[in-house]
Design a protein around this ligand. Structure first.
Ligand SMILES: Cc1ncc(COP(=O)(O)O)c(C=O)c1O
Length: 361
């Protein structure tokens, strides 16, 4: 393959081409430093500017006030599954979790491993996690409510966040952060592994509200405390500099090229609608998520047989459309259409799907 393909990978995933080109252009000499961004000190004025700009952009895009802290943490979103109860769920109290599939199931497990009291107040396991539960009653005394806003594997997404009557919401937004308009006010903490909508793997964005920080116990190991990251501008130790630098460029692209979150939201809805319409048009493709729970980011579907699915994924790749195989735990097909995937890629996919259905339907 000599040219770039349309990339539908679930994560690590497509990055905006202009961002990759900028990285390429300044890789050997970053901002006149005479060094690569991967070679400069994280204590240098150059990197200080990068992390400050990345933080400012996160705050501006999500309209966060000074009550929120922006942290860059390592260990992936999976590390947050453990850090959240460790930091924010005191002894003798409980937290409510909603189980919408693999990632929330793992978050529940990591809290229970620490012998924390977790109440699973709703689950969609009865229908193989194909929907987002509604009408949930939450415990008003819970320390927090944990949800996964977008379920990358099953292709479901919360269309509206639940009303928790003032109990702080904690949300895994790994696969839809900055993908749509967001009101941050009900959230005590938002986290997202970078490798889908934000940048390369290796860093997790954590947005934490001041009152949550005040809960953090003193006696935790230094690198497992949110306060360590908040008090040292995420530089208590060496941060993942290259990943944070890329995030800054991606957010710059989102603000300056796309035009902000409202426009990104509109574009993402347009892409998803286009693709779901193609799935719903005939009998050949079948969406796996219930319609009211469909994800704007990960579009999951089946073909009439596993054999056809195999051929579909293979022939798509031969036609320059990559990453369409469903997650190994569920099979089928999945097109991840994150922020950096243009409408043009979705159109190319729909053309291919129609052609494939015509031949094999
Ligand atoms: C919604 C969600 N949460 C958590 C994770 C795990 O992320 P990480 O690999 O950064 O630990 C993923 C990975 O795909 C995900 O999609």
């Amino acid at each position: 393959m000599n040219s770039r393909i349309h990339n539908f990978n679930a994560g690590p995933a497509a990055l905006p081409l202009t961002v990759l080109e900028q990285i390429q252009a300044e890789l050997l000499n970053f901002k006149g430093s005479g060094m690569s961004v991967t070679e400069i000190s994280h204590r240098s004025k150059w990197f200080d500017q990068v992390i400050c700009d990345a933080t400012t952009r996160v705050k501006r895009l999500l309209k966060l006030d000074n009550n929120f802290h922006v942290l860059f943490v390592q260990g992936g979103a999976s590390m947050q599954f453990a850090m959240i109860p460790m930091n924010l769920l005191p002894e003798g109290q409980s937290a409510d979790y909603v189980d919408t599939g693999t990632w929330s199931t793992k978050a529940i497990k990591e809290a229970r491993v620490q012998r924390k009291t977790v109440n699973v107040v709703a689950s969609s396991e009865d229908k193989s996690f194909s929907y987002i539960p509604g009408d949930i009653s939450f415990d008003r005394n819970a320390s927090y409510v944990h949800i996964t806003s977008n379920n990358t594997i099953k292709g479901t997404q919360w269309a509206h966040f639940p009303d928790t009557a003032g109990v702080p919401l904690i949300c895994d937004m790994s696969s839809d952060i900055f993908g749509r308009i967001l009101d941050p006010s009900p959230f005590g903490l938002i986290y997202a592994g970078a490798q889908k909508n934000l940048g390369p793997a290796g860093v997790t964005l954590v947005i934490i509200r001041q009152d949550m920080l005040e809960r953090v116990p003193q006696e935790l190991p230094t690198m497992l405390k949110y306060t360590t990251f908040a008090e040292h501008n995420s530089m208590f130790n060496t941060p993942p500099c290259f990943a944070i630098y890329t995030i800054e460029l991606v957010l710059k692209w989102l603000e300056e090229t796309i035009g902000g979150l409202e426009e990104m939201d509109r574009l993402n809805r347009q892409k998803a609608e286009f693709l779901y319409q193609a799935i719903d048009r005939g009998q050949f493709f079948a969406g796996t998520a219930e319609k009211h729970s469909r994800s704007l980011m990960n579009v999951t579907f089946r073909l009439p047989s596993e054999e056809l699915e195999k051929q579909f994924v293979q022939q798509a790749l031969e036609n320059g459309l990559g990453g369409l195989k469903g997650h190994r735990s569920v099979g089928g097909c999945r097109a991840s259409i994150y922020n950096a995937t243009p409408l043009e890629a979705v159109k190319a996919l729909v053309d291919f799907m129609e052609e494939f259905a015509r031949k094999h339907g």
